[in-house]
Ligand binder design. Structure first.
Ligand SMILES: [Zn+2]
Length: 451
């Protein structure tokens, strides 16, 4: 090979190498981003937790580093509040009484040391109130608490290192929607009360108790946003989103109490970040792209609802929302495949199919895709008439909403491939002449959603 040609080949190789380094969508960056978001240090990114605020700051920093712009007049954050109750456990008074056959024994419980206030009730006090005393991991009791049907005061026996016990040590804020029932729920340190009798004598518990009034507070929460301005149609926006919150710390399963939410939805959050970084390095799109990470999805799509209620850009200028949910755990054989919720309601999936396929991602059907259409943040946009779908690239696996939804169970190569496909798909949404539109079935669905 002549010397000059060798030099040209070498130069081309260097350029290709530089381009590869420039491409932010690599398996290494997928892995490190998801691992940071789902690490135990984030403590499950619970709504209202200091860790969620730390994550919000981190996302904003990455948007800034990527070269996105803050939203005019608002900046990187879309702030809103959620009502909560501040519980001050000082001043809680509890005496438990146990009737065992003909014997009665009284157990005055020291506030803070023996008993801690966990959930408020509508009723501030009671006398000789028939009560439920049970171990916190009692399955029937868990069902009752989840159903919010506790009509009696409930006393949960917990270990001293139980995360709920630790959290209930001082004043703490409980977000609305987590309120238990008419009567309060208390935590009792294991070992304070006697064990159930070995014989079959019946045990009946009652309590005389009083709790101070819970103070109503507004808990500030933040959606995080970054703007990639468009060129010729900059006032039209494509919203690319994912929720960055998860369930926090809860009931331990197999000794693990941190609900990491690696697939749900550190994977989607990672995708939004890498898409922002990748698209920012390309020539500017025609339409603007607004990247948004929503808070409090797990509490009922609250972040996206707040976003649509007081939108940072006029909603009539939002042409489509592509929302990302759980892209890290494909069923065997579905690597490199994605699916769209509510796909037969608009031409959104048909528009995405080509660009996805050209980058090696197939759109497939998923049996629950229609049910899940209303189960993530895209739904808040649907309720305002905006064409909005969630794209997922996984399954409802057995670690879903469990502490075992960990980063090391995600398929990194699959995620990198999906994000590359999504970069082409988002590009298409931002550049094509006609934005996606509902079809007749979709319009009917929107009408129902608005009611
Ligand atoms: Zn989710």
């Amino acid at each position: 090979m002549p010397r000059r040609a060798t030099a040209l080949v070498a130069a081309a190789l260097v350029a290709a190498g530089a381009r590869a380094q420039d491409d932010p969508i690599t398996e290494a960056r997928v892995r490190e981003t998801v691992a940071w978001l789902a690490a135990d240090e984030r403590r499950g990114r619970d709504t209202g937790s200091p860790e969620l605020e730390q994550v919000a700051d981190w996302i904003a920093e990455r948007f800034a580093q990527a070269g996105l712009e803050p939203v005019p007049e608002l900046g990187w954050f879309h702030g809103w509040t959620l009502p909560g109750l501040r519980l001050d456990p000082a001043g809680v008074q509890v005496v438990l009484r146990r009737k065992l056959g003909n014997d009665t024994a009284e157990f005055p419980l020291a506030a803070g040391a023996d008993v801690r206030w966990w959930r408020p009730g509508d009723v501030p006090n009671g006398r000789d109130d028939a009560s439920t005393v049970a171990s916190a991991d009692d399955a029937a009791l868990q069902q009752m608490l989840l159903a919010k049907s506790a009509r009696r005061p409930v006393f949960l026996e917990v270990a001293e290192d139980d995360p709920d016990w630790l959290r209930a040590a001082g004043p703490h804020v409980l977000l609305a929607g987590r309120r238990a029932a008419a009567k309060p729920v208390f935590l009792v340190r294991k070992g304070v009360l006697p064990q159930a009798p070995a014989d079959d004598r019946e045990v009946a518990w009652s309590a005389t108790w009083s709790t101070p009034a819970a103070e109503t507070v507004e808990v500030p929460l933040r959606n995080v946003m970054g703007l990639l301005p468009g060129t010729t149609q900059a006032d039209e926006h494509v919203v690319v989103s994912a929720h960055y919150d998860h369930l926090g710390v809860g009931r331990p399963v197999g000794g693990d109490a941190i609900y990491n939410g690696a697939d749900d939805n550190a994977s989607g959050t990672m995708a939004v970040l890498l898409l922002a970084e990748a698209l920012r390095r390309q020539p500017a799109p025609r339409r603007s792209i607004l990247f948004v990470c929503f808070a409090a999805e797990e509490r009922g799509l609250l972040g996206s609802a707040a976003f649509c209620e007081r939108p940072p850009v006029p909603l009539e200028r939002v042409v489509v929302n592509l929302n990302l949910e759980m892209i890290g755990r494909p069923e065997p054989g579905n690597e490199g495949k994605a699916w769209v919720t509510g796909r037969d309601l608009s031409d959104f999936a048909a528009i995405l199919e080509g660009p996805l396929q050209r980058s090696g991602v197939l759109l497939v059907d998923f049996r629950m895709a229609d049910t899940l259409f209303a189960a993530s943040d895209n739904w808040s946009f649907v309720r305002h008439g905006i064409v909005a779908h969630s794209v997922s690239a996984g399954s409802l696996h057995r670690d879903y909403h469990r502490p075992s939804d960990e980063a090391d169970r995600l398929d990194v190569a699959h995620m990198a491939r999906i994000v590359r496909g999504l970069a082409a798909a988002v590009r298409e949404l931002a550049d094509r002449d006609a934005p996606p539109a509902w079809n007749e079935k979709g319009r009917a669905r929107v009408e129902r959603a608005r009611r």
